[in-house]
Design a binder for this molecule. Structure first.
Ligand SMILES: NC(=O)c1ccc[n+]([C@@H]2O[C@H](COP(=O)([O-])OP(=O)(O)OC[C@H]3O[C@@H](n4cnc5c(N)ncnc54)[C@H](O)[C@@H]3O)[C@@H](O)[C@H]2O)c1
Length: 315
């Protein structure tokens, strides 16, 4: 089987992992990488034995590149994804996809016009325990969904200086809530603020409300000395808890506690394999550009809610 020719734009902390995974997967071949930082581009390209570029426009002329990941600074994601789509490449753009919803809408339009795949790096959806939760909610194995609570806290990763904690971090959980409930929230109320970060909010508490009365609560910050990434989903008959880092899942039912075991798997490997399979087999990806756009719309509404100190209707 012919391998899918892949590339990565932006090979910093996270893009380097995309490059490694594309070079490890059986279905993909890493062809090239691009980073505006010449030293970094050279070092990463040498590590994987591929061609280094410092200009994405030049790399996009390379016909061996069929699909690519955009892992630049968040404020550059939309610009680079747009160039790649215009050059006819299938794109996985990292979260938050864009910094403004208008840019995300543009990406959707160009991908559709050119018949290209556009997916967004909402990695959590590839963790088997989260897929278990989603199925359990859908099949009412925990009764009716009452609420879900997500916690994603750590110290400020100082390399992130161009967006705040809502668009960088909470956006994962905004997408998780849409995924688990299989529904769009109708309202958002948020409190955000900054204690250490000079330019952007570094803590956020976000409440999402749904048509039938259920709700979701997201706590995100860059102020906590330890790292926690967890989800608790409360149903009328049972509670499910997931630790994203260990991938452990617990189910508490009235008569017993269960701990379904899934072998730990690298979510990025599952994500990029899925992207490559969808491109090669012309299948719709689990996460579409619309999912990216909707999560960004909710993130922007959360920031507006906090600035105006009132709940914002989402529809
Ligand atoms: N899905 C996830 O779980 C996850 C995890 C970490 C980071 N991310 C996302 O990945 C992106 C990168 O994050 P990071 O932590 O690697 O940041 P980083 O600062 O370590 O790396 C960004 C790299 O992009 C390069 N760059 C910037 N603009 C460029 C351009 N126009 N063309 C080519 N190269 C460019 C920089 O030189 C740098 O090497 C962010 O959007 C972040 O939100 C996602």
């Amino acid at each position: 089987m012919k391998k899918l020719g892949t590339a990565v734009i932006g090979t910093g902390f996270w893009g380097k992992n995309h490059a490694r995974v594309y070079s490890e997967l059986e279905s993909t071949e890493l062809v090239a990488i691009c980073d505006v930082n010449r030293e970094r581009a050279k070092a990463v390209a040498n590590q994987f034995g591929v061609k280094a570029y410092t200009s994405s426009s030049r790399m996009l002329k390379n016909e061996d590149v069929e699909a690519l990941s955009v892992c630049t600074w968040s404020t550059k994601l939309a610009e680079e994804a747009l160039k790649a789509l215009k050059a006819g490449k299938h794109v996985l753009v990292e979260k938050p996809m864009a910094t403004r919803t208008k840019q995300a809408e543009k990406l959707l339009g160009v991908a559709e016009e050119n018949g290209l795949h556009l997916t967004v790096g909402f990695l959590m959806r590839f963790i088997p325990g989260l897929q278990h939760i989603r199925e359990a909610v859908e099949n009412k194995k925990i009764g009716e969904l009452v609420c879900a609570t997500a916690k994603r806290v750590s110290q400020w990763p100082e390399r992130i200086g161009d967006v705040g904690v809502v668009k960088d971090t909470a956006i994962h959980d905004i997408d998780v809530m849409r995924y688990v409930s299989n529904e769009d929230p109708i309202g958002v109320y948020a409190k955000t603020g900054s204690m250490r970060h000079r330019k952007f909010e570094d803590y956020a508490q976000i409440m999402l409300t749904y048509e039938d009365g259920k709700s979701a609560f997201i706590e995100s910050n860059w102020l906590t000395p330890y790292k926690t990434r967890s989800l608790t989903v409360t149903g009328s008959d049972a509670i499910m808890r997931l630790d994203y880092m260990t991938q452990e899942l617990w189910i508490e039912e009235p008569k017993e506690n269960l701990q379904p075991r899934y072998p730990w798997q690298e979510p990025l490997k599952l994500e990029l394999k899925h992207f490559a399979d969808c491109v090669s087999e012309k299948k719709k990806p689990l996460i579409t550009g619309v999912d990216g756009l909707k999560a960004l719309q909710i993130a922007e509404a959360a920031l507006r809610s906090s600035a105006k100190n009132r709940a914002i209707k989402l529809r």
